[in-house]
Design a protein around this ligand. Structure first.
Ligand SMILES: NC(=O)c1ccc[n+]([C@@H]2O[C@H](COP(=O)([O-])OP(=O)(O)OC[C@H]3O[C@@H](n4cnc5c(N)ncnc54)[C@H](OP(=O)(O)O)[C@@H]3O)[C@@H](O)[C@H]2O)c1
Length: 269
């Protein structure tokens, strides 16, 4: 059997990232696991290397720190065995946006969810395009689809990831490179614990997915060639309709004159 290469998983110390590491190890990938908690990464790496006879490297990294981020980028660029990047590391916001520190939102939340994910996505896109192979999996959120119900900054970071992924897909598909954006709903991980929010008081049990189900469904979606995977969504046709309604606007989004409802009748009209 040919080996699938090396997968880099960010935020692999726990939650969805740790499940991605486990599932990709089962598929025969060698792994590079990145996060801040080195002890957890090493424990996972030792188990996966022993169980699956693969090579697992650990890179302790704070992705909001420029030099740490560069180390992951350098690995993507320098290691031609890298065939898959799972941009999973992300964080939420403990308070509503009006009460939140703007420095925290900018440095921590945008720094991790946008700046780091963007840098690694583009680095991967550039080298995978050159190599004419590779896959990029970006973890966004359903928050990208209902900004009205979520902290503005968090929702905007995830909308950024969705748009980035859809655009990269259009660029990379002709070059044989895969891009998938995953939209998890509420998922049972440490995500809410870190925010001091009790998941079970925030969401009814039937709205919360396990991290294992989330990742297994997302990987099934990847195998099926989905560009955007919303693991909870029962009907793919609903997503297709949503995209079609967006594209229905296309012919009218750029005209020489503003729309008639603005009442701007000029002499030269
Ligand atoms: N859980 C949900 O309900 C939910 C819903 C929608 C979307 N998502 C998204 O799913 C992704 C995975 O989240 P999760 O639920 O698995 O969360 P989680 O259990 O809190 O795990 C987050 C991971 O990111 C790592 N991380 C956090 N800050 C980091 C930093 N500055 N540098 C490097 N690594 C960092 C954490 O490890 P260390 O602490 O060791 O660094 C951990 O491995 C995130 O992008 C999140 O936004 C989650």
């Amino acid at each position: 059997m040919t080996r699938p290469g090396t997968a880099i998983v960010t935020g692999a110390s726990t939650g969805m990232g740790a499940v991605y590491a486990d599932r990709l190890a089962r598929r025969g990938y060698d792994l590079v696991l990145a996060a801040r908690n080195e002890a957890r990464l090493k424990a996972l790496a030792d188990r996966l290397a022993a169980e699956h006879a693969i090579v697992v490297d650990v890179i302790r990294t704070d992705l909001t720190a420029r030099d740490d981020l560069r180390r992951i980028e350098d690995r993507i660029r320098a290691d031609s065995a890298v065939t898959l990047l799972v941009n999973n590391a992300g964080m939420g916001t403990p308070r509503p946006v009006l009460q939140e520190s703007i420095d925290f939102l900018e440095h921590d939340v945008i720094g991790l969810n946008v700046v780091a994910a963007h840098r690694l996505s583009i680095a991967a896109a550039q080298v995978f395009a050159e190599r004419r192979r590779g896959g990029l999996i970006n973890i966004a959120s359903i928050a990208a689809l209902h900004p009205e119900k979520t902290n503005a900054t968090y929702a905007a970071t995830k909308a950024f990831i969705l748009t980035l992924s859809e655009s990269l897909h259009a660029t990379l598909k002709p070059l044989g490179v895969r891009v998938q954006c995953v939209l998890p709903g509420a998922t049972r991980t440490e995500f809410f614990d870190r925010l001091g929010i009790a998941l079970d008081t925030r969401f009814p049990a039937d709205k919360v997915m396990s991290a294992e189900d989330l990742v297994d469904a997302a990987l099934a979606g990847y195998d099926q060639g989905e560009i955007v995977t919303a693991p909870s969504l029962p009907e793919l046709a609903d997503w297709d309709r949503y995209i079609a309604s967006r594209h229905a606007l296309d012919p009218n989004l750029s005209h020489r004159k503003p729309a008639a409802r603005y009442g701007l009748i000029r002499a030269d009209d």
